[in-house]
Design a binder for this molecule. Structure first.
Ligand SMILES: Cc1ncc(COP(=O)(O)O)c(C=O)c1O
Length: 345
């Protein structure tokens, strides 16, 4: 399926340039979700078939980022999953992160300061150079939420490896349009409701070698047991040995929508989506007189953009006078041109 054919699977009502806030579902995902909601409404099934979507989604995500399904834990948000990692760091751990990164990446580490876990922030462009003997963990978003800037992952991984520091990556603004290889880092967390076109409430975390046993399962639950359908009661604590032992018990309907959304994106192919999204972002940049770039998110100051888009019924994010427009598989060249027309003086 190429991108042009795939677009028929989405039904945006107008010009939607706000995937960096939340993505739109492809029709197979919406249909499966509707079906499950209907089953729920009328009490037509037990719940077990809904949970099959969790492992379907886990397998699809593993394929998307080149990981093994056994190395993928699932949860409800990036902050919840990274909270497990941050809470398991030894007292006194020193974390290095970009200044101004998204709070769901920063706060889980900052919240550990009572245990002398110290989080130092530096400018994004200085991150790799700033890794030194005081660094135990480097944590960053692969793509910055506010600006769309892509992390220099090669430089960060090289610097971290030289110091035996862990690399923790938030790929929420990357997975779905940017090819991502989770095996390059120690921890990769991603929420699926943006570029993975899923309902909010489904997140993944991949773990590198040896990490599973270093993370304390603070939200241990019935679902994370060795037998997903047989760990309901009593002691002792028993959890799956794979990363699944860190799973949060699943919010069924969000997962029902997530599995088919991921499978649809894999069918289209992330390389093709990448080329499509970046080409549209660059068409938009050109129309605004900006140099081309390598990202699907365009962040720029356009005076009056908020009102102009509101008048034209175009959805994008406008924050503090800055415009953030994002371009995904369902965006067309006509959408870009309509947005530029709306912004024309
Ligand atoms: C980089 C990044 N990480 C995470 C999130 C969402 O955080 P959470 O999963 O904790 O809701 C966002 C949402 O904007 C984001 O941009």
């Amino acid at each position: 399926m190429d991108v042009a054919d795939a677009r028929a699977l989405w039904e945006p009502a107008g010009v939607y340039l706000n995937t960096a806030s939340f993505g739109l579902p492809p029709s197979p995902a919406f249909a499966e979700l509707e079906r499950a909601l209907d089953e729920w409404r009328h009490g037509r099934t037990s719940w077990e078939p809904w949970t099959e979507a969790v492992d379907r989604a886990r397998r699809a995500f593993a394929r998307l980022v080149g990981a093994e399904p056994d190395d993928v834990a699932v949860g409800a948000s990036v902050s919840q999953l990274l909270g497990l990692v941050a809470g398991s760091l030894p007292d006194g751990t020193r974390v290095l992160a970009p200044e101004g990164d998204f709070t769901s990446l920063l706060f889980p580490f900052l919240a550990q300061r009572g245990r002398n876990v110290e989080t130092r922030t530096v400018q994004l462009g200085e991150l790799a150079h700033s890794v030194d003997e005081r660094t135990d963990v480097v944590a960053a978003s692969l793509v910055q939420s506010a600006t769309g800037e892509i992390l220099d992952l090669d430089a960060v991984v090289e610097a971290a490896r030289a110091r035996d520091a862990l690399v923790v990556l938030d790929a929420t603004q990357a997975c779905g349009w940017l090819p991502v290889d989770a095996t390059r880092v120690d921890v990769l967390a991603c929420h699926a409701y943006k570029w993975l076109c899923s309902p909010r409430g489904t997140a993944f975390m991949t773990l590198g070698d040896g990490l599973r046993d270093r993370i304390r399962p603070d939200a241990a639950n019935w679902w994370a047991g060795p037998d997903q359908y047989g760990t309901y009661y009593g002691t002792p604590l028993r959890l799956a040995e794979s990363a699944r032992g860190l799973d949060l018990s699943p919010a069924w309907f969000s997962w029902v929508g997530t599995a088919p959304a991921l499978e649809t994106l894999l069918d289209i192919g992330i390389d093709a989506i990448h080329d499509h999204d970046v080409a549209l972002a660059n068409r938009f940049r050109a129309g605004l007189g900006l140099e081309p770039s390598d990202t699907a998110i365009v962040s720029t100051d356009v005076p009056g953009a908020d009102e102009a888009f509101a008048r034209a019924g175009i959805l994008a994010a406008v924050r503090a006078g800055g415009l953030r427009a994002s371009f995904h598989v369902y965006t067309t060249e006509d959408d870009v041109d309509a947005a530029l027309d709306a912004l024309a003086p």
